[in-house]
Ligand binder design. Structure first.
Ligand code: CP
Length: 304
């Protein structure tokens, strides 16, 4: 593939190649000297038009571990505030001889749009409520690391699926690798198209958790909601919040994931998020190796 715009453009063999490459980089970043000189001749711009902690820092670190030159752009402190368009912004940055653009943007399809108008490799770091492909890759990589394989595993994605780019990318990635996927949440927060993806909806949290090997718990995205959404935060927590008591009443020990940032006490309690069933910080750790792999593989196509 020419860019990483979404998981829906990948094949299973692409994911396999990314994971085998990430295995190598995971070993590299655990050495005393964590850097490799692979991308010394490559320049990467990280363009964040929406807020980020994990994705932004993880991409920057991955790029630096590969010895690329890195520039960072946050829309809030830029000439976007003076009305400059996305294409003008990116073309001005590319005029400084940038090879790869990592972009997070509030608009669905922003990465695809950019890939048709500018001459650079594009990596989608999250486009609105659509896709977050590197998050899904690091999530699957973390399941593979914890359980040995993704194929045949039962994953439930719990919560605010409607506003989640993590959910859609995870569904595509998990299905490509032969996992079984369900979603669980209030019907107001489950998009109508979900059944057309071959994903079953379970509105009973206990049943969903009894079924699964892994629960990937989503953040309730208050900033993308308006008043019409039911349930309220308190009702949501009562019906869909994951706490230790619920987990202790299951027959087996399931793996708990969350892409972050966490609303502690809303979709998940602190004791669960910080427990030994949680692989939340492993996900963050693996994000660097997975993003190194994605950047490294795309950089092989940059004309030098
Ligand atoms: N998981 C994730 O995308 O987190 P950030 O919004 O902090 O990057």
């Amino acid at each position: 593939v020419e860019h990483l715009l979404g998981i829906k453009y990948l094949k299973e063999t692409d994911i396999d190649l990314i994971f085998r490459t990430a295995d190598h980089f995971k070993e590299v970043i655990n050495r005393p000297i964590k850097k490799v000189p692979s991308l010394r001749d490559i320049t990467i711009a990280n363009l964040f038009f929406e807020n980020s902690t994990r994705t932004k820092l993880s991409f920057e670190l991955a790029e630096k571990r590969l010895s690329a030159d890195v520039i960072n752009f946050s829309a809030g402190q830029s000439s976007v505030k003076k009305g400059e368009t996305l294409i003008d912004t990116v073309n001005n940055i590319l005029a400084m001889k940038v090879d790869i653009v990592v972009m997070r943007h509030a608009s669905v399809g922003a990465g695809v749009f950019l890939s048709k108008h500018v001459d650079a490799k594009i990596i989608n770091a999250g486009d609105g409520t659509h896709e977050h492909p590197t998050q899904a890759l690091l999530d699957s990589y973390s399941i593979r690391e914890k359980l040995g394989n993704v194929k045949g595993k039962k994953i439930v994605i719990v919560g605010d699926v409607l506003h989640s780019r993590v959910a859609l990318s995870n569904i595509f990635a998990l299905q490509l690798q032969g996992a079984k996927v369900k979603v669980c949440g209030p019907t107001t927060l489950i998009p109508k198209y979900i059944s057309s993806l071959g994903v079953e909806v379970e509105t009973n949290l206990k049943k969903a958790l009894e079924w699964c090997d892994v629960a990937n718990v989503l953040r309730v995205q208050h900033e993308r909601m308006d008043i019409k959404y039911f349930p309220s935060t308190r009702e949501y927590t009562q019906l869909f919040g994951i706490n230790q008591e619920i987990l202790d009443n299951l027959d087996k020990k399931i793996v708990i994931m969350h892409p972050g940032p966490i609303n502690r006490g809303v979709e998940i309690t602190s004791d669960v998020a910080d427990s030994n069933q949680s692989i939340i910080l492993n996900q963050v750790e693996n994000g660097v190796a997975v993003r190194m792999a994605v950047i490294y593989l795309l950089a092989q196509q940059v004309k030098r």
